[in-house]
Ligand binder design. Sequence first.
Ligand SMILES: Cc1ncc(COP(=O)(O)O)c(C=O)c1O
Length: 410
Amino acid sequence: MPPTPTDEERRLARLVAGHERWRGRGVFNLLPSENALSPIARRYLASDLAGRYTLPLDLDDGGDHLDNSYAGTRFTDRIEALANAAAARLFHGRFATTRPLSGHIAAMAALAPLVPRGGKILAIRPEEGGYDGYAPGYLPALFGLTVRPLPADGPGRTVRAEAAVAEIRRERPDAVVLGQSFFLFPYPLREIAEEAHAHGALVLYDASHVLGLIAGGVFQDPLREGADVLYGSTHKSFPGPQGGLLVTDREDLFRQVDPALVWRVLDNAHWNRIAGLAQTLLELERVGPEYARTVVANSRALGAALAERTFPLVAADEGYSASHQLLLDTAELRRRHGVGSGPLARRWEASRLITDLVGRLGTAEATRLGLRPEEMPRLASLLERAGLRRERVGREVLAWRREFPRLRFA
Ligand SMILES: Cc1ncc(COP(=O)(O)O)c(C=O)c1O
């Protein structure tokens, strides 16, 4: 007879099932940091790979040459090689690793070997929409780096080439880190890279938010436009399992990054995740362009529909967004409607509309569910009724959500 589960085990089962019903099937998820995983990738996450190790290493650094520390890895290693090859193809570099466990860890994998201790990086400040991890107390402190601000005109605004170039000339950094958490428009990458390279600085492109758009050939093509290394999360606009990857076209850089990754930044790399990621990379090779184009079209359509309903948005004069994100102008929101982005998000949550509390809205997961630009006025109307008129529209949202039972682009 199977052992009887304890009360705590039953409670846990109920919590997991409750989450699945709620976030998996019961809401529209408009968080730009999240996405919906394709069914095959999800199956691979739960496969036997979830408990296995492999360590294929090419230690030609003076240590004993070692093929693999583990036996039994004949499939695991080929899965990893397949994932790396797909990542290299999709992001236009010759070298790729899918081992980073997240976008943050991919950033560590790049910074640790490529920027010397005591060196200097330029990065966009969190106040201007940059990633908190690049603020002085975090990754720079960990690696003994100085960080100076790369000028930006406020969250979501385009980085201007002249200002960035002037700052690179003045600061002479070892690396320029591009990439933002509030990320609406591409960078003038060619101009930035030209100036950085003229001073011997590397250009590191953190594509955490926009990786799925880059995979689909929209937004920008960082490695072809001058970035030396591209890295980021694989679960925001890119609809893979939570994780990270890193791609470069430069063998000299990859030969520094790859050996330093294992044992400096991580040991086991979660090969079930890598199998799920490989599946998503292969899916996007087929459907990425249509997926990415629809995500951006949905952002623009939702932006216009929200603006019509008196929501103030950043970059209204530039078509709202060229990415999967929209950004509420929180100061104007408070002035116009007397509510901050936090309380607004709570009102939406009570009506099964999930966003973050800092004023970002994302269209990636809704696009995977099958929503198209024609549906954005209806979504905006629900956001208005729940957020500004304080109506409870949860039942209506749930009924509409049930019309999208199967993922698209998967
Ligand atoms: C620009 C940027 N880089 C890195 C990260 C970290 O990503 P992860 O959560 O995958 O570690 C984030 C997370 O939001 C981000 O916005």
